[in-house]
Design a protein around this ligand. Structure first.
Ligand code: FMN
Length: 220
């Protein structure tokens, strides 16, 4: 199996996608020691070369963040570059979509699109793994990411042996599909204290955008 991974995050090597890929490969290399090439679509040269690399690969894993309930533009560009061909012999293609919101319902529409796309390319669809609640892992202490990273290592181990996603973890990652009513009530009450915006306000301040958070530039 000649595996190739494409990272579709605009954050390039500093992305959550890169961190999760690193853990996946830790597990993968325990069973398949040969190095797996990882290409970054955020890098212009690598994005230019990506369609040809896709053509040569036997198995492809694509990992990217959910952006406005869909995909980053660089991923769409990549899809446009590989579309219109029928790949033979059929290659296996799996996708990992990770997102900020914890509910997997956000990525459901995209999942349908991805399945259709992969089948139209005449490739074998390995499925789309959806993992929500990933934003923030960069600033979490190791004790908070241990479980998630451990699961990504198990996914890598399983993938190396079976060339597919481990079904148990894939199912667990999809939870919550939707928050319960009770959770929504608790969250609404908590949001009144400001605690739920703590991280996001920190990001706005870090980027000098806090004062402009209610700006509506297109109204002028
Ligand atoms: C422009 C932008 C749009 C985003 N849109 C969504 C979204 O629609 N739904 C969601 O759950 N997360 C959304 N996120 C959060 C990212 O999916 C999340 O932070 C992800 O872990 C980032 O991964 P990366 O570091 O690999 O790019 C968005 C983030 C950005 C920067």
């Amino acid at each position: 199996m000649k595996l190739v991974i494409f990272n579709g995050s605009p954050r390039y090597k500093k992305s959550n996608s890169a961190l999760l890929t690193e853990q996946f490969l830790k597990g993968y290399n325990r069973f398949c020691p040969e190095p797996v090439p990882v290409y970054y679509l955020a890098n212009y040269k690598q994005r230019e070369a990506a369609a040809e690399i896709f053509k040569q690969a036997e198995t492809v894993l694509l990992i990217f963040p959910l952006y406005t309930d869909c995909m980053p533009g660089i991923v769409k560009e990549f899809f446009e570059n590989i579309a219109g061909e029928s790949y033979s012999p059929a290659k296996k293609v799996g996708v990992i979509v990770q997102s900020g919101f914890p509910e997997s319902i956000h990525a459901e529409g995209l999942e349908r699109y991805l399945k259709k796309l992969v089948l139209r390319l005449n490739c074998e669809y390995l499925g789309t793994m959806i993992k929500g609640g990933v934003e923030g892992i960069q600033s979490m202490p190791p004790s908070m990411t241990r479980k998630l990273y451990g699961k990504f290592q198990v996914l890598g181990e399983y993938f190396a042996q079976n060339n597919s996603f481990e079904p148990g973890i894939t199912e667990k990652f999809r939870k919550p599909y939707r928050f319960s009513r009770t959770y929504i009530v608790i969250f609404t009450l908590l949001s009144k204290t400001g605690i739920t915006n703590f991280y996001w306000n920190g990001q706005l301040k870090k980027n000098g955008a806090f004062e402009k958070r209610f700006a509506r530039p297109y109204l002028d």
